[in-house]
Design a binder for this molecule. Structure first.
Ligand code: UD1
Ligand code: MG
Length: 458
């Protein structure tokens, strides 16, 4: 049986170097706040208690996170003065169980993986394990001191390190798994007698060593897992690193990117084989692409499911749409939430579709607005057709049955039904239902004045 697991996320720092009114942990990477990345990773583990230590911008942080994670129980602990990482964990003690273990994480180190955290926990044999890494440039980070036998003896901070200690290349990530009993024992004993006059969490290492506890260390699979964000440059660089990882995973699954550095995935993208994604495409939320989907440049695709062999031409904006197989879209189409495009339908340029179902093989090819509509199969919606779904107060439905033909520039004033195989003449304003197979005109009859004299200038 595994012991109960708490997660303590330190998120009290201001992040001065971000130069932002927004607390650092709410800055976004891949479309999601830094803190949300950490929380989502924790949710993949079986966590019994999540504690967030908050300080700077508390109200903003709490408001955003409690809205986003309304289902999860989060224990919020305020650290009103930022007196150091040891102090930040110490303020959680009254909320921290005496038994079990804690993972100590940082709200501004967003990309630590669930696998690494599981491995870190598994490595904790005697009460404490930590995530370390050997790097070329350890400047600014805590150094791992080991004895001749290779056992960890202490962590020394950059500002307290002697010149020989500064040569150590193994650094402290700041991420640990510690038995709660040890946190309860050591944290009240911390002192701030050091170069920064801070209560260093890292001092618990030498306290454990003095108690003959052997400290385990493991390395993360990827360096980016332990990288923190302190300024906009680091945020942008971590964003690119993360995008590179997402793209590489998709390439392995058979997706071709015209330029792997010119695509953004802000969420989860699942794709089939032989998918092609041209430059400057942005995916947001949860998107799924079937096999042989071809996406041209400059599209923004959010929470969409796109079936096999769809072709999305340049500059389409797709938001919460469900798209069948063999559908052609764009260029410059706008699919808004609750759009369903059935197999082999076609949506052309400058067409906006909202909350509508377009049936199999139907076409809306040019310059149209279709909202709150149900369109049957093999319907042709001519250029410039508008569903007038809004009277200023209420939204109404338009139904276009199978095989209907709507002439160009018709306005369909909802609620209205166009029957099976009916035809609407071009330029009509249709305010009454049209029967199956009928032809409806809703426009003035054309008149002609012969030998018309144009006005002349007075
Ligand atoms: C800390 C470690 C260092 C390690 C480095 C990794 C200590 C003493 N040092 O350094 O060994 O190499 O992380 O990045 O632990 N925080 C609070 N309250 C505080 C202080 C910090 O919530 O009072 C939070 C910060 O918001 C941040 C995190 O803790 O998310 C780390 O703080 P930071 O000041 O960046 O740690 P360092 O001193 O750089
Ligand atoms: Mg510091």
């Amino acid at each position: 049986m595994t012991s109960p697991l708490s997660v303590i996320i330190l998120a009290a720092g201001k992040g001065t170097r971000m130069q932002s009114a927004k607390p650092k942990v709410l800055q976004t990477l891949a479309g999601k706040s830094l803190l949300s990345h950490v929380l989502d990773t924790c949710h993949q583990l079986t966590v019994d208690e999540t504690i967030i230590v908050h300080g700077f911008g508390s109200e903003q942080v709490q408001a955003e996170i409690t809205t986003q994670y309304a289902q999860s129980a989060i224990t919020w602990v305020a650290q009103t003065e930022q007196l150091g990482t040891g102090h930040a964990v110490k303020v959680t003690l009254s909320d921290l169980p005496k038994e079990g273990q804690s993972l100590i994480l940082y709200g501004d180190v967003p990309l630590v993986s669930c696998q690494t955290l599981s491995a870190l926990r598994a490595a904790n044999a005697e009460g404490m394990s930590m995530l370390t890494l050997t790097v070329d440039n350890p400047f600014g980070l805590g150094r791992i001191k080991r004895d001749e036998a290779g056992n960890i003896t202490a962590i020394v901070e950059q500002k307290d390190a002697s010149t020989t200690e500064q040569d150590i290349k193994e650094i402290n990530s700041g991420i640990y798994c510690v038995d709660n009993a040890l946190l309860h024992k050591y944290l009240p004993e911390l002192s701030n007698d050091n170069a920064q006059q801070e209560y260093y969490l890292t001092d618990i290492v030498k306290m454990a060593v003095a108690d003959d506890i052997s400290i385990a260390a493991i390395e993360p699979e990827h360096t980016f897992e332990i990288e923190g964000v302190n300024n906009r440059q680091q945020l942008a660089s971590l964003e690119r690193t993360w995008q590179g990882k997402l793209v590489a995973d998709l390439q392995e699954a058979g997706v071709q990117f015209a330029d792997p550095t010119r695509v953004d995935i802000r969420g989860t993208l699942t794709a089939g084989q032989d998918v092609f994604v041209d430059v400057n495409v942005v995916f947001e939320g949860d998107c799924t692409l079937g096999n042989n989907v071809y996406i041209e440049a400059g599209c923004v695709i959010k929470n969409a499911q796109i079936g096999n062999a769809c072709h999305i031409k340049p500059h389409c904006v797709i938001d919460r749409a469900e798209i069948g197989a063999g559908v052609d879209i764009g260029p410059f189409a706008h699919l808004r939430p609750e759009t369903v495009l059935s197999d082999n339908s076609k949506i052309g340029n400058f067409v906006e579709i909202k909350k509508s179902v377009i049936g199999r093989g139907s076409k809306v090819n040019h310059l149209s607005y279709v909202g709150d509509a149900t369109v049957g199969t093999d319907v042709n919606v001519g250029a410039g057709v508008i569903t007038c779904n809004y009277d200023g107060v209420n939204k109404s439905q338009t139904i276009i049955e199978n095989n209907a033909f709507i002439g160009s520039n018709a306005s369909l004033v909802a609620p209205v039904t166009i029957g099976d195989t009916a035809t609407v003449a071009a330029g009509s304003v249709v305010t009454k239902d049209v029967d199956a197979k009928a032809l409806a005109f809703g426009r003035a009859r054309q008149i002609q004045k012969d030998n018309f004299q144009r006005p002349t200038k007075k």
